[in-house]
Write a protein that binds this ligand. Structure first.
Ligand code: XMP
Ligand code: MG
Length: 175
């Protein structure tokens, strides 16, 4: 049952963090007409909340990457299932991700995006499992650092379940 999972961040705590990130991003991007590039599927709720707090011109695009293949452990292989539609050359790109874990996914994506010659490239992540990092990834705008435990909710999932939880919870494997 969803309600038995232990809450890590309430919806109010998440909202406050998103508001703080939106303030930081607003002061950096107000006149840049950025492309906010969400990594599907986990970032969709975070991105939707974030951009509604940005009151300046921007565009939204998405990329689908997969490294987890319906498991809770990374297999170390990343694939890009669908690429962005926008031309990124000369544009200011803000990547929005739910969780940076080993860093393999974002390292792969950032490498690919750099090759498109954007004017700038930064990363906004809601959650950082920094103790799990295998490859360094610089997070320009971060919501929270979290422990090495699997979390679900607010867009993040376990085998496609729990994305609809309004808060972020630890996934207890025996529930
Ligand atoms: P890496 O290891 O490449 O993985 O940094 C990043 C991706 O793994 C997903 N991930 C999680 N998803 N709960 C989730 O729902 C978690 O605790 C978790 N840890 C990693 C995440 O989607 C991210 O894109
Ligand atoms: Mg993800």
């Amino acid at each position: 049952m969803m309600t038995k999972l232990e809450v890590l961040f309430t919806r109010n705590e998440i909202e406050a963090a998103v508001r703080r990130l939106a303030d930081e991003i607003s002061s950096d991007y107000r006149d840049k007409n950025p492309i906010v590039l969400g990594v599907l599927k986990g970032s969709f709720i975070f991105l939707a909340d974030l951009i509604r707090l940005l009151d300046f011109p921007l565009e939204v695009d998405f990329v689908t990457l997969s490294s987890y293949k319906e498991q809770t452990e990374s297999c170390g292989e990343v694939s890009m299932d669908r690429c962005f539609t926008s031309d990124l050359k000369g544009r200011h790109i803000l990547v929005v991700e739910d969780i940076v874990d080993t860093g393999l996914t974002l390292h792969f994506l950032i490498d690919h995006l750099r090759a498109e010659s954007p004017a700038s490239l930064r990363l906004c992540a809601l959650l950082d499992k920094s103790s799990r990092r295998k490859i360094p990834v610089h997070i320009d705008y971060l919501g929270f650092t979290i422990p090495d435990r699997f979390v679900v909710g607010y867009g993040t999932d376990c085998a496609e379940k729990y994305r609809n939880l309004p808060d972020i919870r630890y996934l207890e494997k025996n529930v």
